[in-house]
Design a binder for this molecule. Sequence first.
Ligand code: TH1
Length: 832
Amino acid sequence: ANNTVKTAASSHTQGHDPRRGVGTAAMNRAILDHLHFTMARLPALASRNDWYMALSHAVRDRMLDDWLASLHHFRNKELKVVSYLSAEFLLGPHLGNNLINTGMWDAARDAVESLGLRLEDLLRQEEEPGLGNGGLGRLAACYLDSLATLRIPSIGYGIRYEFGIFDQLIRDGWQVETADKWLKFGNPWEICRSEIAYEVKMGGHTEYHHDADGRLAIVWLPVKVIKGVAYDTPIAGYRSRITGLLRLWKSEAVESFNFQAFNAGEYYHAVDEKVVSESITKVLYPNDEPGVGKLLRLAQQYFFVSCSLQDMIRVHLLRSPRLEEFDQTFAVQMNDTHPSLAVAELMRLLVDEHGLGWDAAWKVTRSTLAYTNHTLLPEALEKWPLQLFANLLPRHLEIVYEINRRFLDEVSRAYPGDQARLARMSLIEETGGKFVRMANLASVGSHAINGVAHLHTELLKETVLADFYQMTPEKFCNVTNGVTPRRWVLLSNPGLAWLISESIGEEWVTAPEKLRELECFASDPSFLSAWRGVKDANKRALAAAILERTGVAVDPESLFDIQVKRIHEYKRQHLNLLHILTLYHRIKRDPGAQIPPRTFIFGGKAAPGYFMAKLIIKLINSVAEVVNADPEVAGRLKVVFFPDFNVTNGQLIYPAADLSEQISTSGKEASGTGNMKFSLNGALTIGTLDGANVEIREEVGEENFFLFGLNATEVQALKKSGYHPGRFYEEDWELREAIDAVRSGLFSHGDAGLFQPLVDHLLYDDEYLALADYRSYLECQERVSTAFRQRELWSVKSVLNVARMGKFSSDRSIREYCEKIWKVPIRPPFPH
Ligand code: TH1
């Protein structure tokens, strides 16, 4: 099998066909061909989008040889395929990334220029596929990049949302959401595979029949059947000649179903059905973290899980008729609990549809599936109201009950008489309303459970999954998150990438431990000044974008202090604000105060229903309005809210940061990945001992990291002893001054009521201990200011940060998944 794959592949990959050449002339020809044949446009009349589409099609054509050869590996019995199940993939724009990874950048740029256009204008034309909320979705996208780069056969399975994460506008300081119509001008990167489609049942009831041989057959009679159609997107590995597959499912009406129109009433009914069917994949739920128990979301989850598993079974049956060996064809990773219905669905497919016995099916299910947990926040742990679950998935509820019955038997054998433990571990919550607990389902149905940073995994074992850890400690492991250096350095920070490669060569892109060699340049004055030159240029580029998008002029010489991430109380954007307010008051009180000029930049979306997060955005903008207009702090403080933070804007923002704000309450941020993007681009971090901050600090050295605040143990202890935020307010006059300013209406045109909910929340509840950490944060920020005044020393620290960040490449994370969880061999790097 191995040999045939190779022959088939190599005959495809020679690129004899001149139409597929990758030189400038061939690219030029291909772009014009696509403008003509695909876009049906004359060059003289072509819009920027026409040219973008033509170029993208030309690039995609050139990815097909490697892609088709890579897809062929799925048939190779020797190779286990990694299947990454995720409700979100926050990809970001494809064109630039594909040009970098395939090595076609220069040819494309020259070809485009020979047509009188500029590549950067065409790159800007792409609407990014925002099919995710934040870190979890972006992590999935980084992992696809690494899987392809490491030449691991892989499929990402997810949902083709017609509308991704909403676009954020700022009106009068408030967030306004508008629909993300990313498909409006067409998507040149996807290929619709109409023939790869599966039916997904929903609702109804089950019946038990005895067949002719007297065997029990279980029939699920649904009220609705929906079709899922595959849309495939190629994922280029970095110079690896492997192109991975992202397969996203779109829901459609089943043609035959209810579509015989005998009269007008029937016809309209049938059209209604079509609308309902298509609504499943209409829109991404815009909540990062907290779960909302909505039927449509459960339907989305089941829909994509069912399509994906049916697809995997089809592929497996091409290799072998024995479904008992399914775990040798696929290693399936569940990205949080969103795909955890896979446990019940794989059991249903194996037992009900393919006739396996329960025990055989259970064995293969468990050894195939693995579960990654991404949050400890109790409100984010998914649980579905039992009735809602029963209505949509009657057969799955039976399966869940059967899994639970057998599992609880095991628990009671292991812990005789421990009723409380049984109640906690049950897949069904029964105290005050009944729910299906998805984290428990995922844990029981998996052979491996992992957290996403060392601290997070430890807390997971001590808190939310403590019972599961005690019973099966061998299932638990940690895989610290990582980010791809291709998109997050090479593409987004070409100046830095070039300087690094000039100094130490290019291997760091796939072997980031090589970045260590930069350490010896940290004492080279000319290198340091070049390093600063890159950062300054990036800051000027960001300053220009800020002026264009917000009308605020910021000083590129000032310290760029940046917090970009989803807006959430646990991430404590309001703690950052308290620091700004204190500096504002200090300068006003003492105009001679030695405070280096700072530009505070915020960005991030709030879930549309999250009132407090939206109020925080309004407060940031209100503080910005007052501070930016005050002549007494002019040239010293500026505050900016950069609207619509997304992957595209992140690529502009991370490279321009001096200081990265990672200030969540310790124990709340599972990992964070923005922290890695900043530091990899030479920002220093101010942060708590939370998530991956702990490991970043360990790597870069404590002298190169600004640490403050309570640690997770102290947070727990303070909460336990009874936390009274009001005391901190009373005992710290600067804190009082900051809060009182908000309360007085100073930032709300005299309306003292506007921010009262936020102020009250801080004074009387402050769940995330902002007031407790305020003083420590302030002192730490003073250390930052002092350090920033010694620019040479700051640059040294910046170089050392980058030099020591190699661990946080997503390639390292993927290697760990291969070793610890998927049992997939790591192939040697591709010889470039
Ligand atoms: C995030 C975590 O908050 C973050 O700390 C982590 O770095 C990232 O995942 C990747 O591991 C999460 N995002 C979501 C989104 C939803 C539900 C739970 C989480 S946890 C919708």
